[in-house]
Design a protein around this ligand. Structure first.
Ligand code: CS2
Length: 488
């Protein structure tokens, strides 16, 4: 079979949507760091239809470490298939928004210092920002950050690469690019600004002031469920195309992008693709992180313990469905909702999206990097509930499931691998704990992960302990029934 590429685009069947622009006409206006499946299903999908009108917003994609994306997509001229799946079926489209696909910090610096680059977009996952997860401050002890302070011109971390690129542009008299974080961090623009400005200031006070004053870091809320591509997906797409596509991306048809409109160097007209450009992203972002992602993480840990492989498998269990709905209702009380949004409708839509049977979104995928995700997904709404004098039993169950997951043994005594930047420390503490209280106390004593104010709440600690003891004694299924009966 021939490979998908510019030269074979003509062979793509008419049932597959093709780009309306000539891929060869593009120039690079955006440099994207972290070219994973999510960015290819979200940023690229919003940008692709705009390129016929303005080909100067092509995206150069950079993978910072692994060469596998470049190996897959460079021979395809950056083209790949996007498959949107829902209950009504599957729609395929060839995406042609990438001008090039490269690997490594040097390649990133080369692109970021090109004066034609006006926006640097990022989906590098939470841990790549080298933040202290609980406080959000730059982790100055992170080995990569120490490296980037010692060798500022050969950076390895994401903050280090951004600082060095901004410093080189400043020295050359080029305007800085806008930094658009598309990761699920709280106040993501502000959060990234804090770590980048701090690292710049540690290098040189004037550079720190420049980053803080002259670089725009708009906040955004990004949303689309994009499971990792499997070999079965590849085979399916190849058969549909009649061409080989080494790395297609599958996703749900739903998508949402809310962006703070602050782009001093201009931006694509993303609103023409359905993005919402607003003055204040926070209400959208908190709603999404606490309701969608908070539910996702809870489902992931409960699902891993119970042996539910995918989100759809888990949400099909009535007791879990009921628990997730109650969890969303609990967390929703902490939100300042965006105007015009009905939280119940939003929650219903989420439950329907989770039930999408064609996505095969694995609970193991979502369970990764819990130490980086739970602060904004579960700990923050729990703290807000406590501050309002309320309890948080549904959130406590998700936290307990995570704690038990850290021990690495499912209800059926299957091993559960731990993929987390703090895996060694977390697993060691969880394994050493003699009982449920010891497990909770050991992890709650890590202030860079669990906010001390939450750990110090006797009521929350008691809820977590009750959930942990129930999970240990009766497993996930019975605990859910019990929670649904006792925490209405
Ligand atoms: C998920 C997210 O893997 C995870 O942690 O919760 O990737 C989620 O699918 C997206 O944020 C949906 O927009």
């Amino acid at each position: 079979m021939q490979r998908l590429s510019r030269g074979t685009l003509g062979a793509v069947p008419a049932t597959v949507a093709r780009p309306r622009h000539d891929p060869a006409s593009l120039s690079t206006g955006i440099v994207h760091l972290g070219l994973g499946a999510f960015a290819r299903a979200h940023l690229a999908a919003y940008t692709d239809p705009l390129l016929a009108a303005d080909p100067s917003w092509g995206i150069a994609g950079v993978s910072l470490r692994r060469r596998d994306t470049e190996t897959a997509l460079a021979p395809q001229d950056g083209l790949y298939t996007l498959a949107e799946r829902d209950r009504s079926g599957e729609r395929l489209a060839i995406m042609a928004a990438l001008t090039q696909v490269v690997t490594g910090p040097d390649a990133a610096l080369g692109l970021l210092t090109d004066p034609a680059t006006r926006i640097a977009t990022l989906t590098v996952t939470e841990k790549a920002y080298c933040r202290d997860a609980a406080s959000g401050a730059l982790d100055e002890n992170d080995p990569e950050i120490r490296n980037d302070l010692a060798e500022p011109h050969a950076p390895r971390s994401v903050p280090g690469i951004l600082v060095e690129a901004l410093a080189r542009r400043r020295a050359a008299g080029f305007a800085p690019f806008t930094v658009l974080c598309c990761d699920n961090l709280p106040s993501n623009g502000q959060s990234v600004r804090a770590v980048v400005a701090r690292l710049a200031a540690l290098r040189d006070a004037a550079l720190g002031d420049f980053v803080a004053q002259s670089v725009a870091f708009p906040n955004t809320m990004v949303d689309r469920i994009v499971p990792a591509t499997t070999n079965a997906d590849r085979a399916h797409i190849d058969a549909a195309l009649g061409l080989t596509d080494a790395w297609p991306v599958l996703c749900e048809s739903f998508r949402q992008w809310v962006i703070e409109d602050r782009f001093p160097q201009g931006r694509p007209t993303w609103e023409a693709s359905g993005a919402e450009l607003v003055a204040d992203v926070h209400p959208y972002e908190a709603m999404k992180l606490r309701l969608l992602n908070g539910a996702h993480s809870s489902i992931a840990y409960l699902g891993q313990l119970a042996g539910w492989e995918t989100v759809a498998d888990a949400i099909a269990v009535p007791a879990l469905h009921q628990h997730v709905a109650a969890l969303m209702a609990e967390s929703a009380t902490t939100l300042r909702l965006p105007s015009g949004v009905d939280p119940q409708r939003y929650a219903q839509t989420l439950l329907a999206r989770f039930a999408n049977p064609s996505l095969h979104h694995r609970t193991a995928q979502i369970a990764m990097d819990g130490s980086q995700k739970l602060p904004q997904r579960l700990f923050a709404p729990a703290l807000d509930r406590l501050a309002a004098g309320a309890t948080a039993p549904r959130i406590a169950l998700g936290v307990a499931a995570w704690l038990r997951f850290l021990k690495g043994i499912s209800d059926n005594v299957a091993p559960l691998p731990l993929d987390d930047p703090h895996a060694r420390r977390l697993r060691a503490a969880a394994t050493a704990a003699a009982d449920a209280a010891g497990l909770r106390d050991a992890i709650f004593a890590m202030p860079d992960i669990v906010p001390p104010a939450l750990a110090a709440s006797a009521g929350f600690a008691a809820s977590v302990l009750a959930a942990l003891e129930s999970l240990a004694a009766c497993g996930v299924a019975t605990t859910l029934l019990d929670w649904n009966e006792h925490h209405r």
